[in-house]
Design a protein around this ligand. Sequence first.
Ligand code: ZN
Ligand code: ZN
Length: 351
Amino acid sequence: MKVLSLHKPGDIRFEDAPMPEPGEGEVLLKVMACGVCSSDEARIFKDGAHIMPIVPGHEFCGQVVKTGAGVDESLIGRKASVFPMLPCFECPSCKRGDYATCSNYKYYGSRNDGGMGEYRAIKAWNLNLLDDSVDYCVGALSEPSAVGHHATEVGGVKAGDKVFVIGSGTIGLLIGFFAQAKGAEVWIGARRKESNDFAASLGFKTIDTNNTEDEVAKATDGNGMDVVFEAVGSNKCLIEAIGSVTAGGTLVTVGNPVGDMNLPRDVYWRILRKQLTVRGTWNSSYSDKANDWHEVAALMKEKKIPFEKLITRKYKLSQCDEAFDFFRDHSIQKSRVMFVMHEKESEAYNG
Ligand SMILES: [Zn+2]
Ligand SMILES: [Zn+2]
């Protein structure tokens, strides 16, 4: 079978690999689609992974074609995405079912081989079953969707709220979708006109974040937003986010920080004086008590949210150089770039 294999930072190859065999508690997943995440860009081209060579990709979806020992054979033929984290099940977080904060985890795509290959043996526990009607590429958006859904839950968004998402990346737009689905009024904020135009094409109101304060004041009669998501990870956006929240409102920090986060004293004062709730969000819930993955699967089945509009281009694994060149060109407005395998290859980009 074919995979993309990362040998060292900047050295990713389309090559042959042995067909995986599902072990005890595992299934063999025929991978049909795998998204490229911005964390993959850093992993593949700059930092490398925890082990190398490795098959990257943690946003994938496929069909169960074989089961290992101790696994229900009725899973064969089912469509599923994959919760990529392999928690230890022993640390205090795991004992509470809070797997996202596990202190000793493994991960498909960064610590174990992931989804950028034609097949992958996966723990049955990690399968997130999808309805047959869900497109594989939409299914491959399960991971960023679960992350966005989790952030929306952490923010406590409710009907009638004015919600402002700073950042128009895939997660930011997904937060917008989920907040809208809860009945909130949603603004997406970006600096680039093409990004705001794209957000507007998805039905969002937009804010030009070259001029955040004035635009937020205009949009809210000077009152500010009920819930603000900082989905960029920049110091400037964090400061603007604090300035955009209404008194008693909530700020959710979502974006991975690109550098140090420092607050001028007058900005820090605003957290106190406005009695803001500041909440961090990380990954997604995947347990019996809360499960963003199951909720996302239900929303994908329902088809009211246009997930498919977040797929910018699809490439075959053999087109990986072209795909990564496109992905790394930050002058182009895009959401998810996706690798497609098997029958899905007919949908691949061809110039
Ligand atoms: Zn990701
Ligand atoms: Zn753990």
